[in-house]
Design a protein. Structure first.
Length: 577
């Protein structure tokens, strides 16, 4: 874990030492490195090298350590690539190394780049750089590790690009991952989940560092794509692999405070079949996830075959990278100006029409959104009936929640407060909350207000209140309706999936439907929302109608959408009307 406070101080000192364009570019590189490591937003195009006084690229005068860092940042920026813009910066870097005579570096970088593109699902670009490597650089002297990476990548790509034929010299057997692919390529039957569990067990003592995490995710994707084509396997296996892939990503340094090992991973679970059995009739569980360069949606219903299709098929946003950019650009504009209503309505309409059919629009839907998709603007309207879900296991284990028992007359409010408060603004909000929110005496109907702050502590570890997320499963259940009242992740976790992972673990504390926000919650607007949501009324209203009324009141008082666009209905139980 890095000391980012000290790092920020060092960055500030660099300003005093800047005397030329090289110093300026180096500072920009170090700033982007910090943003990537901590999850802040940044623009990959800032890595485009400036020109020297001789018209050469800055890459010609940077030392090798700085160029290695640029290469690392470029690889990490491929997740934000839309067309070919990051590839073009990489090409500039490679061309400078060739001209400088650094063939061994070019050898390593090119195959590593192709492997990263493969992991991003950009198989065409991965194939292109693999062919470039074979045609131009394979005869260079490179490391044994890079050669092994080349053989394994070629083997993996050969399942997608049929024109890619391995010769007798192409031997990936020195990679321990090859044996797993080889076995899966030949097996028949429903071994996908059990074999994945076996692979994890065999590697129990290995660290889930960057390379091993990438290889494990590649392998899960390989299983996923094979299961999609396997006529002997139902859609439940593919969906379980999607759930597990997200779980692997959630086991990271921000959760554990250390580099995880394979043994830290949870068991591979068969969740989808249980969802099918337990989901109430006429309700739908919708999964939306990225697979390759496409987003897919999956529909799970009681006693029905699982349906699946490509999101926005044959449309302008069929390429998932373009839809991701649309979402990120929306949030960037809202952060800068406070509002981008036309863009919000465009994205929302596009997404709604894709995942909600006319038949299930007003019926209860549970929506599981992988990764950045949870940031899709998706406001709940009066005729809607959907709840977000990030932990499917809680729906299976928790008893169904009847909405008829919510907000009875005199309902009681249970407030959960942090044990330690250090920041003045947070203390002030809690004081105002105490004045505005009043409890009743009806213990049969309880509303849980969780006023612990969800935050990234010292830019290293996610905490809820003062607790590590993993420890939350030992907490007593907090009954719904509930609300998570304060989250700072909107400011610190723009390009990461911290919100998804946090909700997964926080879900173990709650039982029933509730409210959370992916937006900012550090001002008095949050108290107004909470006060309206929990207002005493003569006529009983369930959480959905109170939520809509609270949103309406908030919009009147705070018309800029940065105050209200993050609120979402969520549930940890199946809901009974």
């Amino acid at each position: 874990n890095r000391d980012w406070k000290k790092y920020n101080s060092e960055l500030s000192l660099m300003d005093e030492r800047i005397i030329n364009s090289k110093d300026l570019y180096r500072k920009k590189v170090f700033e982007i490195w910090k943003k990537i490591e901590t999850g802040e937003d940044y623009e990959p195009l800032y890595l485009v090298p400036d020109k020297t006084s001789t018209g050469k690229s800055m890459f010609f005068i940077l030392d090798q350590t700085d160029k290695s860092l640029v290469f690392y940042l470029l690889k990490n920026s491929l997740s934000l690539q839309v067309e070919n813009e990051v590839n073009q910066i990489f090409d500039l870097l490679v061309n400078s190394e060739i001209e400088l005579g650094n063939q061994n570096i070019v050898y390593h970088m090119t195959i590593s780049w192709a492997s990263t593109l493969y992991s991003q699902g950009d198989y065409e670009s991965a194939f292109k750089y693999l062919k470039t490597f074979e045609d131009k650089y394979l005869n260079y002297v490179g490391s044994e590790a890079s050669l092994t990476e080349y053989y394994l990548l070629k083997y993996k790509l050969s399942f997608i690009k049929k024109e890619l034929v391995l010769s007798e010299k192409d031997d990936p057997s020195s990679s321990r991952w090859f044996q797993y692919y080889q076995y899966v390529a030949s097996f028949k039957g429903n071994e996908y989940l059990s074999y994945l569990q076996r692979v994890i067990k065999e590697n129990a003592n290995q660290y889930l560092d960057h390379r091993n995490t990438r290889e494990l995710l590649d392998f899960i994707t390989f299983l996923l794509e094979k299961s999609n084509k396997d006529q002997n396997v139902g859609g439940d296996v593919s969906t379980d692999l999607i759930f597990y892939r997200d779980r692997v990503l959630s086991i990271n340094e921000r959760l554990l405070g250390r580099i995880p090992k394979f043994q830290d991973l949870p068991p591979v679970e068969e969740l989808t079949a249980d969802i099918q059995k337990k989901i109430p009739a006429n309700q739908t569980f919708i999964v939306v996830t990225q697979q390759g360069l496409r987003n897919r949606y999956i529909l799970i219903r009681n006693k029905q075959a699982i349906a699946s299709d490509i999101l926005f098929q044959n449309g302008a946003y069929e390429d998932a990278r373009k839809f991701k950019k649309l979402i990120f650009d929306y949030h960037r504009t809202v952060k800068e100006t406070g509002s981008n209503l036309l863009q919000k309505e465009f994205i929302e309409s596009l997404f709604r029409n894709a995942i909600f059919s006319k038949e299930n629009w007003e019926k209860i839907n549970y929506v599981y959104l992988s990764s950045y998709l949870i940031k899709t603007p998706l406001e709940l309207h009066e005729n809607d009936n959907f709840y977000l879900v990030q932990n499917p296991r809680t729906l299976i284990e928790n008893r169904p929640h009847s909405l008829k028992s919510d907000f009875e007359k005199g309902f009681r409010i249970s407030r959960y407060l942090p044990s330690k408060i250090q920041r003045p603004w947070f203390k002030h909000l809690l004081e105002v909350e105490s004045l505005e929110v009043k409890t009743g005496g009806n213990s049969r109907s309880t509303v849980s207000i969780s006023s612990e702050e969800l935050r990234l502590f010292e830019e290293r570890e996610i905490l809820f209140g003062n607790a590590n997320l993993l420890s939350l499963k030992s907490y007593s259940k907090r009954p719904g309706p509930w609300i998570i009242n304060y989250s700072s992740l909107y400011n610190t976790s723009f390009i990461t999936d911290d919100i998804n992972y946090s909700l997964y673990y926080i879900s173990t504390m709650f039982e029933g439907p509730g409210v959370f926000s992916i937006g900012q919650q550090n001002d008095l607007h949050q108290i107004m929302f909470l006060k309206t949501l929990t207002a005493r009324k003569e006529i009983r209203q369930d959480l959905k109608f109170r939520y809509i009324q609270a949103m309406d009141e908030l919009k009147k008082r705070y018309p800029q959408e940065n105050y209200w666009n993050g609120y979402r209905l969520y549930t940890t139980s199946f809901v009974i009307p």
